[in-house]
Write a protein that binds this ligand. Structure first.
Ligand code: COA
Length: 257
């Protein structure tokens, strides 16, 4: 698939999506959001792709929503921007049934931090920087930042990050639980691919179940969701394969059925 604002590569069942507007620090304009949405559809629809990495070209992961689109926008336009972005991109990644890792190579500010947080987990280069600096523009995050950051790092820290517009380096992000690992810049993508190499051998329907249940955690339906998903997996061929392989002392070969 060809994109104007993205690079899209597939290797060993892993799609690597690179946001490629380095001169604008990969700021999320409407075209980039539309293309990312289409790239997620591509990941979902292609059987040969088991999981995906999102990263950025140049010195930024994503430096935020494209501020150059803001001056003419009123309240209705702002609300629509946030709603459409959630539908097309941020909620779509979070609820994607295939695992997505954010490989945060540099600035992940505003919508960039929100994009990283919408992925299932994050690996950072030592050069990564994280923040929600919208308060400096007289705004707040609109792509789920107040919600996802609070879930990841807790209420007090999230309040402070949003109120001060503090830009956290990779070490701080690791300490806060915003990222799972920090690597040297040259190893970032390889590190993500190694983790996905492990994940890609697991049962795909169980992985989708994990995503669904963990996304439902801390909601009123979290425990019930887990009970239902647990039950539904007993009707899958992969459960017969996984349990059979354990009992027969061999490696399971999951088919995603
Ligand atoms: N939207 C639109 N354009 C952006 C952008 C954004 N969020 N972030 C950076 N850019 C553009 C700059 O306008 C500049 O374009 P130009 O060369 O045509 O003038 C280019 O990307 C390079 O950015 P620059 O500011 O020169 O790089 P820097 O290394 O000096 O600073 C940042 C890097 C990330 C600190 C700075 O770009 C910044 O603060 N960006 C905005 C972050 C933000 O507030 N994000 C939340 C948005 S809701």
């Amino acid at each position: 698939m060809n994109f104007n604002t993205l690079l899209f590569e597939i290797e060993n069942s892993i799609a690597t999506i690179t946001i490629n507007r380095p001169d604008k620090l990969n700021a999320l304009n409407a075209e980039t959001i539309n293309e990312l949405s289409a790239a997620i559809d591509e990941v979902l629809s292609k059987e040969e792709i088991k999981s995906a990495i999102i990263t950025g070209a140049g010195k930024a992961f994503v430096a935020g929503a494209d501020i150059s689109e803001f001056p003419t926008m009123d309240g209705a336009a702002g609300e629509a921007l946030a709603r459409v972005g959630a539908e097309k991109l941020f909620n779509k990644i979070e609820h994607c049934t295939k695992p997505f890792i954010a490989a945060v190579n540099g600035f992940a500010l505003g919508g960039g931090c929100e994009l990283a947080m919408a992925c299932h987990f994050r690996v950072a280069s030592e050069k990564a920087k994280f923040g929600q600096p919208e308060v400096n523009l007289g705004l707040i995050p609109g792509y789920g930042g107040t919600q996802r950051m609070t879930a990841l790092i807790g209420k007090g820290k999230s309040m402070e990050m949003h109120m001060t517009a503090h830009i956290a380096d990779a070490k701080e992000a690791l300490e806060m639980g915003l990222v799972n690992h920090v690597t040297v810049p040259e190893s970032l993508i390889e590190h993500c691919k190694n983790i996905l190499g492990i994940i890609n051998k697991k049962a795909p329907l169980a992985l989708a179940g994990i995503i669904k249940c963990i996304n439902a955690s801390n909601t009123a339906t979290g425990f019930e969701t887990e009970i239902k998903v647990f039950g539904s997996l007993f009707d899958t061929a992969d459960k017969n394969e996984g349990v059979g392989a354990f009992l027969e002392k061999r490696k399971a070969d999951f088919k995603g059925k």
